[in-house]
Design a protein around this ligand. Sequence first.
Ligand code: IVH
Length: 739
Amino acid sequence: MSVEQARAELERLAELLGAANLAYHTEDAPELSDAEYDRLKRRNAAIEARFPDLKLDESPSDQVGARPAEGFAKVTHAVRMMSLGNAFEDEDIAGFDTGIRKYLGLSADAPLAFTSEPKIDGLSLSLRYEGGKLVQAATRGDGSVGENVTANARTISDIPAELQGAPEILEVRGEVYMSHADFAALNARQEAAGDKTFANPRNAAAGSLRQLDSEITRARPLRFFAYAWGEVSEQLAETQMGAIVRLHELGFETNPLTERCSRPAEMLAHYRAIEAQRATLGYDIDGVVYKVDDLALQGRLGFRSTTPRWAIAHKFPAELAWTRLEAIDIQVGRTGALSPVARLTPVTVGGVVVSNATLHNEDYIAGRDAKGGEIRGGKDIRIGDWVQVYRAGDVIPKVADVDLSKRPEDSAPYEFPHLCPECGSEAIREEGDAVRRCSGGLICPAQAVEKLKHFVSRAAFDIEGLGAKQVEQFYADGWIREPAEIFTLQERYGSGVQQLKNREGWGDKSASNLFAAIDEQRSIAMARFLFALGIRHVGEVAARDLALHYGSWEALTAALDTARPAALAHRAADEAEEGERLAAEAEGRRARISETRAAAQAAHAVPDEAASAWADLIGADGIGPILALSISDALANDHERAAIERLVAHLTIIPPDAPAADSPVAGKTVVFTGSLEKMTRAEAKARAEALGAKVAGSVSAKTDLLVAGPGAGSKAKKAAELGIETIDEDGWLALIGDA
Ligand code: IVH
C-alpha cells in the first residue's frame, strides 16, 4: 500500500466508522454488523501502525464508546501475568536457592527466606480495584492480554466487591477453583439435565468462569484464593508473607497452608506436609510454590521472559498406571522429527483417561539413552507389551516401564521406520541427534501442516478462528498450503462460486470474522514473526533476542546473507572436528581440534565482511552457533526463502520496542568482564538490557563499552587495542544513574 493509498483509506475508514458510531448510539439501528465494525476498526489500526505519521487527529482508534466485542472483551494487563518455572526433584530446590544467592551475590549462609504454599490447580484471575471498588476482572490469557470476565467474577462470593482501606489502585491475583464436593454435585446436575460433564474440577472452573451469561456462572460454585498482585499504587508490605496477611485482612481468602521457611530443608519439610494432606484438602493442588519472601529482593531478581526468578513451583510426582501397548504410531512434526506415539488400551491415571503417550524417540523404545547407555535396564518396548504409563501435572503422559513377565511370546522388537510415513522421503538421523527426521521439507504434507499450525499458534500469529483444526481442513482442501496463502484467502475465497461462508462449519459471520482476524495480523511484531516461521531452534526467546539485536527484518536477512560463507565454513569446521575426534579416539591419541578447525576454515574462502557478520550473529546475546546455523540454513534454502518472501509481501513487520530508548546506554553493545562487586553478572546483564543495551560475551569492533572489574584480562587488553571505551563498575553505575 502506498502512502497515498493509506491516507485515502484512513479517511474513508474514519468516515465510515464515524457514521456507524452515530447510527449506533443515536438511533437504535446499527448500519454495520458488529463483526464488520470490528473489522474496519482493526484495519484502521493496522494501517495506522504501518503509517504512524498519517494517523488522523480524530482517529477512530482514539474514540471511546466503541461497541463491545463479541464474546469477551480483551483486557491488556497493566502488569504481565507470569507463569512459574517447575521443579520436580528435591535437589532442584537446593538449586533454586543457590541460583538466587548467586544472582544476588549472597553467600551460602546469608539469611534468605521463602514462603511456601500450595499450588492450586485452577485458573488465574486478576482483579482490579480502584478506590476500593472492583472495576475489572480479567483472565490470564496469554499473560499480556486476557478476557474481561468482570460480570462473572462479581458472582463469586470469595471475591469482595468493595475493600476498606485498600491502596487506591490494587490488582489482586489468585486462582479460581472448584472444590471436589461442588465438582461432583455439578457433574451430577449436568448429567441429570443431559448436559456435558467435566473431566476434572479445573475444567469445570474454567468452563464456569468463561460463560457469556453471568447467571450461569452464578449457579456454579466457584472459589478464589489470593496469592499475588499486579499493579499497586502503594506497596502492600515489605515481605510476601506480609502482603498475603494484608490481602487476608482486606477480605480475601488466602491459603491457610502458607508458611515462611528460612532454608531449603524447611521448604522440603513443608512440601511433604502439604503432600500428606493433599487427598483431604477438598480441592485439587498440583504442587507447592516457593517465593522469595523479601519483596525488595523479588524486585532485584525480576523476571525471565515468562517466569519470575524469585518463585518456583515444586510439582508433585507423577501418577502411574499399567496398561497394554496396542500400537506405535509415528507422527511427523514441524521440523520433520519422527515422534513415536504409544496407542494404549485406555486407562485412568490420576483421574484422567489416557489412551496415548509419548515414546520419545527410537533409542527410548530400544531401551537406550542418547549416549548408548541402558535405560529401564536395557528393556526394549514392543507392541503388545504391558507398559507403565505416568503423567505429571499437564505434561504429556509417558511410557515409563515395561513388564517382561507379561510379554507375548510372539512379540518382535519394534523397527523404527527409515522412511517418512507421511511422504515416503528418507528419514535421516544425523550424528549426535536423538531424533530421526524426514528430509522431505515442505513437500512433506505433515511438515507443511505442522508448520502452519505453529504459524497460527498463540505465541505466533494467533489468528482467531484459525486454529489447528481449521488449518488441517484448509490444507487438506488445498485452500491454504503455506503461510502466505492465509493472507490471500479472502481474495480467493471471499466471494465467487467457492466461498468460505458456504463451507461446512462456516457462515457469513464466522467467515467475515476470520477475514478480519487475518487482516488484524497483517501488522506483526518482529519477534512473533520470527518465532512463527518455525525455524528449528528459534523459539520465543531466541526470536526476541534476534529481533532486539537486528531491529528489522531487512537488517536480519542482510546480515544472514552476508554471513552465509562464514556459516558454511563454521559447519565444515564442526564436521572436520567431529571426524578428528573419532579418528583420534580410534587411534588412541589426543585430538588436534584447533588445527583441524583452522584447516577446514581455511579451505573455505570467507570474505572479511562475512566473517564479521557471522561473529556479530553468534556473539549476540542468546544466539550461539547452533541457532545461527539453523536460521542461516533456513534462509539459504531457496524454497523456504521464497515462501518467506511471499509471506513478507503481505505483512508489515513491526520493529521491537527499544526497551528504553532514552537511556545513555540504549543501542550500545556492552561487555562485562572481571569481577563485579556491587551486583552479579546476571543482574548487570538484565539491568543493561532493560536500559536498551546489548550485552555481548566477547570484545569486538562492534563493542561500544567495556565494563571491567578487578581481574579483567584479555578482554580489557583487546578493548585497549581496539580503542574501545573502558570503565569500571562505579563508572557504569554512575553512567546508568544507579550510583
Ligand atoms: S504465583 C509471578 N502462587 O500456577 C508468579 N501461582 O504454573 C505468579 N498458581 O499462572 C504466580 N497456585 O495460575 C502462584 N500459590 C500460587 C499458585 C499459582 C496456582 C498458578 C497460577 C500460575 C500458574 C503457573
